[in-house]
Design a protein around this ligand. Sequence first.
Ligand code: MG
Length: 253
Amino acid sequence: MIIIKTKKEIDYIRESAKIVAETLQLCKAHAKEGVTTWELDKIAEDYIRSCGAKPAFKGYPEGSDLPFPGTICASVNEEVVHGIPGDRALKNGDIISIDTGAVKNGYYGDAALTVAVGEISEEKKALMDVTEKSLYAGIDQARVGNRIGDIGNAIEEYVNKYGFGIVRDLCGHGVGRELHEDPQIMNFGRKRTGALIKEGMTIAIEPMINLGTWRVKVKNDGWTIVTADGKPSAHFEHTIAIIDGKPEILSRV
Ligand code: MG
């Protein structure tokens, strides 16, 4: 069931999403050669808590045998998403996808970006650029009168021009009182399919794009998703709300 939010609820989600956006910018500024992903995690957790919010990913999902241990997902190079922060130090030429969420007043915000560490290859630059632009192509379709499938279709059509792999096993989602709500938002699909987009929906759109194959696998840690061919992957995400018929990006600084 897709939950339509009131203006007041959207204000709460906006507040959480803003904290997430600021956290990501802080992590981006610190993502330099020699810094470990654990150090980035600590910076993110401290900032989120300083805003009176709680990290949304830490301990998620509640009651699980294998809850996520970090505040951020830190996914380097061939890691697609859900990388566990640890003692891996960033190297010149790496790309790191940082995904984080925060909850305040009972409402969640969720966003992600990919950052270049030092000088990166032309192909990594292209991958990051196409992934980010595909996110905006998807967001642009999040309008009253369109359908959820229009978002995925726009992402897919944009990415296909470059021949990169669109991860099919993971997707975007509604966001609000829960971190993950209906609907699921695939990063591919057919136009005019899926649920109608309505005023007051709040959703997280998050293309995960691979330089090579779209196929992925899970590492032995039970969390980290990596590309099947070991080639790099990028990830950008925003939490948005449908307001006055149009998408408003809530997780933007
Ligand atoms: Mg998400």
